[in-house]
Design a protein around this ligand. Structure first.
Ligand code: NAD
Length: 538
């Protein structure tokens, strides 16, 4: 189970990966010299899980539950993942969004257990030594952030470490990547958030964010040294600020096994939701027009993959781009604007300038609006009604996280469109009763795709991840949505099915790597079985 040797006595109880708590059997207690060090009776795994749930049940606030879970993980990782895999939909919002936002904001105040690597500017020129110090003998997946754009919460500096830790917990819970083979990394390059710089408990470098050659050297050394020690490791970029996110992705995308979840993983999940919406609307993806509220990593990643999806249906690629339009903090992104960053330019069309989103809707006539600007309550009643006026079944994706940043709630979307909206969100919303019908909105949660992408890439040892791989995972995920899901307005499978979903999506990703000659491992006879057997079961 653990990569280290079998411990005995208190050492076994203090090793989070080997500790089984009171679930050590009589034989194991004998063999490992544990008799008398733990209470007499042996608990089953089920009993340990229920005991833990009783403790968690005493806490009301999600952040308090998160603290309890973190302590559990630091002492008994097996039990932690038993809880997470059995009650994924209940604990995922604690371990990841929305609670992880608060976990990051309070990281320096609540810090107790170091996990992963804290690479700072002080390590430039010495990154190899730090990587050598990491206890992990093997690493399959690294999630790395520089903390500049954490969820919709902006610069969190070193506090952003909560994100790689949380995401990697989902790699294990959702797709069975062995916890000992995951490594969270934060690149501490300073922060521009004054409140942290003035906070005596802040644990990061006390300086403004570094940009330029020194930053690039830290990133480059990290990638080189990580791949030297763990060849074939998958590196996931997470929550970098806009300019670095696009730049680093294009620098490394076709050289090393890496991807950016905010850009590419998000795109895959959202495109899957659109394919599900097509099944309800009985229309084709190439018949749609997508207007994004926001023009950052999520918007441009999704728009690029949607254009790829439309082009894959035979539409001219230049024409396919016109099916997506962006609206940013300065208004509609149009051809005549001179202030556009490179990633927005493919979606700058011949449209009239406007700073009013409803105006943009009237002009562009979208079939879908996708909120990814982290600006709360921007899908107003008027916006939603306008979409319902233009479309029999308007597609409304309010994806901004955490919940406090959502463009609208599920209820607002269903009520304003008289139950016609095809809705998905970034944070979870409870089912909504409207005029005698129960709608079950589901999250366009990145966890449907990124852990499975990692799983497929690791099983096949893919050399890198072409964009088409993200379309493959989107199509596979959409196929797994049942007619019953669609009938209640759910555009995604239930999160409680995440493990079987990950097996199928992972197998599709691995199959793509084999078919395209990217895989470095030998192709197993039964790919789905091989993927399933690869998974860690706590
Ligand atoms: P980003 O910082 O790269 O982009 C934000 C964009 O919003 C920028 O283009 C900015 O110009 C625009 N914006 C800011 N204020 C605006 C305003 N008043 N009007 C119009 N546009 C405005 O961030 P991102 O990575 O694209 O993420 C955006 C949001 O989407 C976050 O809240 C994030 O949590 C969420 N998100 C959700 C999912 C998901 O649900 N699966 C996935 C990824 C991102």
């Amino acid at each position: 189970m653990s990569q280290c040797c079998k411990h005995t006595g208190t050492a076994a109880l203090r090793c989070p990966l080997q500790n089984k708590g009171v679930a050590f059997t009589k034989e194991e207690r004998e063999e490992r010299g544990l008799s008398g060090l733990i209470p007499t009776a042996v608990s089953t795994d089920d009993q340990q899980v229920e005991r833990m749930r009783e403790i968690l049940g005493r806490f009301e606030k999600p952040i308090d539950k998160a603290l309890v879970l973190e302590s559990l993980r630091a002492t008994n990782e097996r039990l932690y993942f038993q809880l997470l895999t059995r009650y994924t939909d209940e604990y995922m919002p604690i371990v990841y969004t929305p609670t992880v936002g608060e976990t990051c904001q309070r990281f320096s105040h609540f810090f107790r257990y170091p996990r992963g690597l804290f690479l700072s500017l002080e390590h430039v020129g010495h990154v190899r030594e730090v990587i050598e110090r990491a206890p992990n003998q093997e690493v399959d997946v690294i999630v790395v952030t520089d903390g500049e754009r954490i969820l919709g919460l902006g610069d969190q500096g070193l506090n952003g470490m909560g994100i790689p830790v949380g995401k990697l917990a989902l790699y294990t819970a959702c797709a069975g990547i062995h916890p000992a083979k995951t490594l969270p990394v934060v690149l501490d390059v300073g922060t521009n958030r004054e409140e942290y710089l003035n906070d005596p408990l802040y644990l990061g470098l006390r300086q403004q964010r570094c940009r330029g050659p020194e930053y690039d050297q830290l990133v480059d050394e990290f990638i080189t040294e990580a791949r030297r020690r763990w060849p074939g490791v998958l590196i996931q970029f997470e929550d970098f600020g806009n300019s670095n996110a696009f730049r680093l992705l294009s620098k490394y995308q076709d050289k090393v096994l890496c991807f950016n979840d905010d850009i590419q993983g998000t795109a895959s999940v959202v495109v899957a939701g659109m394919y599900s919406a097509m099944r309800i609307k009985k229309e084709k993806i190439e018949d749609q027009r997508f207007l994004f509220f926001g023009a950052g990593e999520a918007a441009c990643g999704i728009a690029t993959l949607l254009a790829d999806a439309i082009a894959s249906e035979g539409v001219d690629p230049a024409e396919a781009l016109k099916h997506c339009a962006l609206f940013d903090s300065k208004g509609l992104v149009t051809a005549q604007r001179t202030d556009l960053a490179a990633h927005k330019k493919p979606f700058a069309h011949e449209l009239a300038d406007t700073k009013c989103f409803i105006e943009a809707i009237r002009q562009y006539k979208p079939t879908a609006i996708i909120g990814v600007a982290a600006q709360p309550k921007t899908f107003t009643k008027e916006v939603l009604e306008e979409m319902a006026k233009l479309n029999e079944r308007p597609i409304i994706f309010a994806l901004s996280n955490p919940t406090s940043r959502a463009e609208c709630t599920a209820e607002e979307a269903y009520v304003a469109t008289k139950g016609k909206a095809l809705f998905a969100s970034g944070s979870p919303f409870a089912p909504v009763e409207y005029e005698g019908k129960t709608f079950v909105p589901r999250q366009g949660n990145n966890s449907y795709v990124f852990p499975a992408l990692g799983l497929g890439a690791v099983v096949s040892r893919s050399k890198w991840m072409p964009n088409e791989m993200f379309l493959v995972s989107a199509k596979k995920l959409a196929e797994l949505v049942t007619e019953e899901d669609l009938a209640q307005g759910s555009l995604y499978p239930p999160l409680s099915d995440i493990r079987p979903v990950s097996v199928k999506v992972g197998a599709a990703v691995a199959a793509y790597a084999y078919d395209k000659g990217l895989a470095q491992n030998e192709r197993p006879a039964d790919l789905e079985k091989a993927v399933d057997e690869f998974m860690y079961r706590p």
